[in-house]
Design a binder for this molecule. Structure first.
Ligand SMILES: Nc1ncnc2c1ncn2[C@@H]1O[C@H](COP(=O)(O)OP(=O)(O)OP(=O)(O)O)[C@@H](O)[C@H]1O
Ligand SMILES: [Mg+2]
Length: 438
């Protein structure tokens, strides 16, 4: 499809679509679009093509894609003032953090800032602190990269290093995320940036969210805090961050709101991107450091043989795996096995610890992250199997060499990289009820 746009207007394109600006001067978030560049817009995303001079486009629209022509530039004036503000600062390196609710244009604002700074030859890094709608690293990670040329979509970049939190929402892992971001920021500073732009997630409502973001800011010590707000939704942040240079920027009227289903679909494209060229790797459990997901009780076996025997006796069976942790005991049994509820109660009475039972096979699909011996992120993977007899872990991952640590997350994926419900601690009691039925 061909389309022409007059100077000073914007073509909003909602993906899935691809667009080539065949003539005229066109910018997307401040990045000049070349006439040979075919720009792909993912499903659930919108890109604004601003005609600085009248322009012609070649457009392909996918299912449910949409285009709309609007007057003027959809980039708020306060966004371009924000770039001036950064340039006016003499400090190098300078760190700016961006706060805002979901779909407030945080990613787009970061993209715009970065593009404008790159046009002035600054060395710019983006540190992406959004686990659920990550632009740089895979979903469930925080990540960074340096950007060398203007981009229309940060998703096209590859992470330089990342930190895996294992979940899509920060609420239960705030300390982990704050520490992960602080470590990555330190690493960025070791590589001589002029500007570090930090993006954050859209969790801003409620006391916990405020506490978390204030802590994040205090830990990352930015020179500038940009708050994207429509009304007063960030008022509490502005009050709590008085010691920082805060700048309120506008919520773009053209920003598109997405349903949680759309957000999930966007996230799933992130898994696909980072699992391209994946193969199944068999990793010996004894060689690995295994972190996360305590339910599996991996990396820990029962040291006290006598006590273990007693537990087996009370259980009336020998499980595939038994791990005694500080406050609980994890038991792994075969897929077709079951344990009598009364036996579990007896073990709980004997050990004074809560028992969690896990069936072999339930681990399939758990998202994992792989690191080398220096804690450098090698990629994500999908756990296929833990073979407790051969003591190997099978992971579908593009990472192949130098894997020394595996972190197991709490997100589960099916074979098409779609998120599926995972077992949770709370489900254990469901399992108990269920097993009683046999
Ligand atoms: N100035 C703008 N002009 C046109 N479209 C915009 C503008 N700003 C944002 N959008 C579009 O609106 C949608 C939401 O914006 P964006 O992804 O930047 O928000 P976000 O706050 O990062 O969202 P999330 O909470 O999902 O991370 C995107 O599809 C984006 O391309
Ligand atoms: Mg975003």
């Amino acid at each position: 499809m061909k389309r022409t746009i007059e100077k000073g207007k914007t073509l909003l394109v909602d993906g899935p679509a691809s667009v080539t600006a065949t003539s005229g001067k066109v910018t997307v978030f401040g990045s000049i679009v070349g006439s040979t560049n075919k720009i792909v817009i993912r499903e659930g995303k919108r890109l604004p093509f601003f005609a600085e001079q009248s322009a012609a486009f070649d457009i392909s629209l996918g299912e449910n894609a949409n285009i709309e022509e609007v007057e003027d530039d959809t980039i708020p004036i306060s966004w371009s003032k924000a770039t001036e503000e950064i340039r006016g600062f003499q400090t190098t390196p300078l760190t700016a953090i961006v706060l805002g609710t979901v779909d407030s244009g945080k990613t787009s604002f970061c993209t715009y800032l970065i593009n404008k700074l790159l046009n002035k030859k600054s060395r710019v890094a983006i540190l992406d602190g959004d686990l659920g709608q990550s632009d740089i690293g895979p979903p469930c990670t925080v990540a960074y990269t340096f950007i060398v040329r203007p981009v229309t979509d940060l998703f096209n970049l590859k992470a330089e290093n990342a930190f895996f939190a294992g979940v899509t929402s920060p609420s239960k892992v705030t300390t982990k995320v704050v520490e992960g971001l602080a470590t990555l920021k330190k690493e960025i500073l070791g590589n001589n940036p002029d500007v570090v732009v930090i993006n954050t997630d859209g969790w801003v409502e409620g006391e916990d969210a405020v506490k978390y973001k204030v802590r994040l800011v205090e830990e990352l010590k930015p020179e500038l805090v940009f708050c994207i707000q429509r009304k007063e939704e960030l008022a509490l942040f502005l009050n709590n961050l008085e010691r920082y240079r805060r700048i309120v920027v506008d919520f773009p009227t053209a920003a598109r709101q997405r349903s949680s289903e759309k957000r999930k679909n966007i996230r799933e494209l992130g898994y696909v991107k980072y699992l391209r060229d994946a193969k199944i790797q068999s990793l010996p459990l004894d060689w690995l450091k295994i972190e996360g997901n305590e339910v599996l009780g991996l990396g820990k076996t029962h040291q006290n043989i006598k006590r273990a025997r007693k537990i087996y006796e009370l259980l009336g069976m020998r499980p595939l795996h038994l791990a005694e942790l500080r406050d609980k005991i994890c038991i792994v049994i075969g897929a077709r096995h079951w344990i009598d509820w009364e036996c579990i109660k007896k073990v709980e009475e004997y050990t004074k610890k809560k028992i969690t039972v896990f069936r072999k096979g339930e681990e399939k699909g758990l998202l994992t992250a792989l690191y080398d011996g220096h804690k450098k992120f090698l990629g994500i993977g999908v756990l296929q199997e833990i073979d407790y007899v051969r003591k190997v872990m099978k992971i579908f991952t593009p990472a192949s060499r130098e894997i020394s640590t595996v972190t197991i997350g709490e997100v589960k994926l099916d074979k098409n990289m779609k998120e599926i419900p995972t077992f949770a601690e709370d489900n254990r009691s469901e399992f108990m009820k269920f097993s009683k039925l046999f």
